[in-house]
Design a binder for this molecule. Structure first.
Ligand code: ANZ
Ligand code: ZN
Length: 864
């Protein structure tokens, strides 16, 4: 018999799929009906449903694919092929996130233009993906570095600009002195550049931002409707970081300002008296503790502002401010967590609750970028303030104690080694006041005048009224810094005219194309500044000489909307036709790595909401269902990396074992979302399984089966149900296991020819999404109608399945070891044989059983 020659078979079918445009998604509803009518009648009768199944598009690196890349792509391909057989029209596209640093860094080294290297990498990626037989609609391929694409990225910028959602401001940025570029916070790991590991510095520059903060509340609230993994949702929530609190104004005294009369000598303000002019606003989530606010702390950023407007602070304060502002915020936080530093500014503030004068310090544990950049410090009830007060011997007052002594309080006591069970409240107070610990929980107030005895929750609104605090919500989310001082990105479509100022490029003048006369050597400026053809232009309004913005956009802007472009990829008039988007969007299923859990997803969500508000789309969330794939580790259990020499190249596996084997193996490795090590030996096992399927289908029909041949209807239904349910639940490994069991049965059982044909037909259809080449070939060789992918997905009658099966308890020496589902009419021998194969049973059958007890439809007991 002819052997299974994967190479020729895979090439044959890949060519046919391309030639016949098998996986091109219908462009319109009309086209779709026509298509359905063309194919088999059973298909035409099915309702035209739609699904958008999306992979996170890759950055086409020069290294090409490694075996980790296809994991998610295989899963979505199986799912897409399955849906199509169920009569669903599927949009399953692929494209390239083609702008980015590696190509530009390579250009700096080699002098080769990034366009050239990127094109080459794309060709290689496409070839590799096609060799795996993915059913992408390649007619919709997009590349973000293509002017026909980035024209619309620039259009998106202009739309946001029109709405006031894109703006320019001076801002401190993370600067990598070696890559010579601004980095997003997430591109900085432990103070070092993610790409080159150089220490990152802070710099002030005029930068473009997108106002993501305008959508903070919706970005949080609308997470609720999504079917996403919980850890990813939680990361989105943390990134948004909503806090409910209050802002309170503290009047300042002893303000060292120059007098307005112009006298050169600084005034000391008026001690003990508020002038009404100078205040510091603090943000607190614990307004209930305000009677315990014994000092105020301002961030070095705020202190710098004070110095900037002429406050005459001591040299010590100046020095401290300068020192703290050097370096990154994150490092500053890490440092502040270990050791508290700070300086008394000499300024005093009046606590609006107690009317007492309290000192104002400057310290780096207070961030300039959060809240108001200043805090009221309550050392008795806040860890950080406590540590600070201890260090600098500042006053402390206990103003909250537990409302009652419950298990929470008991737990707090044991955490703090407080054992005294008598008069617990007094003991807690004493522990706080002797600087043993803080009491950071809510409770009931004391030492708070008229609010004494109120609970924290009751006190907040009451105190707010008294001190004129404004209850407000604070978000940790910052606006999105999109400026990059790089060449290989979409130019920001803005022109600066001396007379007219900042001018958006007119839509008709898009795209602003990247010029070729550039010098990639990094200098700190964008390379575009040095391109004459690019930089020098005339003002679109007054026609006077002007110059272009030379920064390009963060590549996350490109990837925030690519999924919309797939719906209408060749449109030259608009970014996407609203009707076409409506046909497919939002995306039904999105699969990709968890490393994009925060940024890419947040940005795509933000852009969607902005487009919705502008009327370009009619939905708020881009990706309804999200799944993550786990890492494929090297054979040594370590992360695959070139330096460890444990990278597996999919090309080699495809050549040696075939794409179908690679697809099946990656799905069989374990649950999709888990990390799992590669194991070349197990690939051979998968290949043997496919060989077995090949032989089973093509071996000459066996001798007529004996009349008592068991009816496989139950097993067919059971396997169909299992594979269907597992694909729906993304349990691909267990679906494969069920098919293996099924093949074992077919290979070891003599069946009547007609039953055998039916059983094999079901097998090929169930296996098709996993091993599309092999099953297409076998379907054809078995002289079945049409192509396997044109067949309906096998159906099963779940009620009949239920009626037709019974659960049997399997015991060894009277002890329950397993339960099995068998056909109700299964005979004794079949049930016993099945029971023996259960792993837990086999394990306990240390020797041949001396006796087997069978209670029909109920139980098997092996006695050993
Ligand atoms: C007084 C207080 C008393 C506070 C107390 C806490 C406990 P989240 O929940 O993260 O929003 N804070 C406010 N702005 C800050 C800044 N710029 N840098 C550092 N810390 C800042 O935290 C809000 C709390 O963090 C605020 O409530 C404030 O301290 C501090 F028993 O005010 B609290
Ligand atoms: Zn002008």
């Amino acid at each position: 018999m002819e052997r299974y020659d994967h190479r020729n078979i895979e090439l044959k079918w890949q060519e046919l799929w391309q030639r016949e445009q098998t996986f091109v998604a219908p462009a319109s509803v009309k086209g779709e009906r026509a298509r359905l009518a063309e194919t088999s009648t059973s298909l035409a009768s099915r309702r035209a449903k739609r699904a958008y199944v999306l992979d996170m598009f890759p950055y086409p690196s020069a290294q090409g694919l490694h075996v980790g890349h296809p994991l998610a792509y295989i899963a979505t391909d199986i799912y897409s092929r399955y849906l199509r057989m169920k009569g669903v029209s599927v949009l399953h596209p692929m494209g390239w996130d083609a702008f980015g640093l590696p190509a530009e860094n390579y250009a700096i080294k080699s002098g080769i233009h990034p366009r050239q290297t990127t094109m080459k990498s794309i060709d290689n990626f496409r070839r590799q993906l096609q060799a795996l037989g993915f059913s992408y609609d390649w007619s919709r391929e997009v590349s973000t570095a293509d002017p026909a694409y980035y024209k619309w990225t620039q259009w998106l910028f202009l739309k946001l600009y029109e709405k006031g959602l894109a703006y320019r401001k001076e801002a401190p940025v993370n600067w990598c002195p070696s890559c010579q570029t601004v980095l997003a916070n997430e591109q900085v790991t432990e103070g070092a550049c993610e790409r080159c590991s150089s220490a990152v510095e802070q710099r002030n520059m005029k930068q473009w931002f997108f106002k993501t903060t305008a959508y903070a509340e919706r970005l949080l609230a609308e997470l609720e409707v999504l079917d996403w993994p919980k850890p990813i949702v939680d990361m989105q929530k943390n990134w948004i970081g909503k806090s409910e609190g209050a802002s309170v104004k503290f009047h300042l005294t002893h303000v060292p300002v120059r007098q307005s009369s112009g006298h050169p000598e600084p005034s000391r303000g008026v001690p003990g008296q508020k002038d009404g002019k100078h205040v510091v606003e603090v943000f607190t989530t614990r307004l209930d503790t305000i009677f315990g606010a014994t000092f105020v702390v301002v961030s070095p950023e705020l202190a710098k502002k004070w110095i900037g407007v002429g406050w005459q602070v001591t040299p010590e304060v100046k020095k401290y401010v300068e020192k703290s502002l050097h370096g990154r915020e994150l490092e500053r936080l890490e440092r502040a967590a270990k050791e508290k530093t700070g300086v008394d500014t000499g300024v005093k503030a009046i606590n609006p609750a107690t009317n007492e004068e309290i000192p104002v310090w400057v310290a780096d544990y207070v961030l300039g970028s959060y809240g108001t950049g200043a805090i009221m410090a309550v050392p008795a009830h806040d860890e950080k303030d406590f540590a600070f007060a201890k260090q600098f011997e500042l006053k402390l007052a206990t103003v909250v104690l537990p409302s009652f002594v419950g298990s929470g309080t008991k737990a707090w006591m044991s955490e703090n080694n407080i054992t005294d069970e008598n008069n617990i409240l007094a003991v807690i107070k004493e522990s706080v006041e002797s600087l043993k610990c803080t009491y950071a929980h809510r409770g009931s107030l004391l030492n708070s005048n008229e609010f004494d005895g109120m609970t924290s929750d009751e006190a907040v609104p009451a105190i707010a009224k008294k001190v004129g605090a404004e209850l407000k919500t604070q978000y940790r989310l910052r606006d999105w810094l999109i400026s990059r001082q790089r060449y290989w990105g979409a130019p920001i479509p803005i022109i600066y005219c001396e007379k007219c100022g900042e001018m958006p490029v007119l839509e008709k003048d898009l795209p602003v194309e990247l010029p070729d006369d550039v010098d990639f050597r990094p200098t700190g400026e964008s390379p575009l500044t040095r391109s004459k053809s690019f930089h020098d232009v005339t003002c679109p309004k007054c026609g006077k000489p002007a110059h272009r913005e030379s920064d390009t956009m963060d590549t996350f802007v490109d990837s925030s909307w690519y999924w919309l472009r797939y719906c209408d990829p060749h449109n030259e008039k608009v970014a996407f036709d609203a009707k076409k988007v409506k046909q497919w969007c939002p995306v039904n299923l999105y699969v990709g790595g968890a490393e994009h859990a925060v940024l890419h997803l947040m940005y795509a969500r933000f852009i969607t909401k902005a487009l919705q508000d502008m009327g370009y789309v009619d939905f708020a969330e881009p990706f309804l269902k999200l799944r993550n794939q786990g890492l494929i580790l090297g054979e040594d259990g370590q992360k695959m990396s070139k330096s460890k020499g444990n990278v597996v190249n999919p090309d080699e596996i495809v050549t040696k074992f075939g794409a179908d084997t690679l697809r099946m193996y990656e799905m069989f490795m374990g649950p999709l979302e888990e990390a799992k090590p590669w194991n070349t030996a197990s690939i051979a096992g998968i290949r043997r399984f496919l060989d077995r399927v090949w032989n089973l289908c093509l071996e000459p029909a066996s001798v007529p089966a004996p009349s008592e041949s068991p009816e496989p209807g139950f097993l067919i239904a059971k396997t169909t149900k299992k594979v269907t349910d597992d694909i729906e639940a993304f349990g691909f490994n267990t679906a494969i296991a069920a098919m293996m069991e099924y093949v074992n049965y077919l290979a070891s059982t003599k069946l009547a020819p007609d039953i055998r044909i039916k059983a094999l037909g079901v097998l090929l259809r169930l296996l098709y999404p996993f091993a599309p080449h092999l099953t297409s070939e076998l379907w054809q060789r078995l002289e079945r109608d049409g192509y396997v992918w044109q067949q309906p997905w096998p159906e099963y009658d779940s009620a009949a399945l239920k009626r037709a099966s019974t659960t049997i308890a399997v015991q060894v020496n009277g002890k329950l070891r397993a339960t099995i589902e068998v056909a109700s009419e299964a005979d004794e021998a079949a049930v016993i044989a099945a029971a023996r194969t259960m792993p837990l049973v086999a394990k306990h059958l240390v020797s041949e059983p001396t006796k087997v007890v069978y209670v029909s439809g109920k139980l098997v007991n092996f006695v050993v």
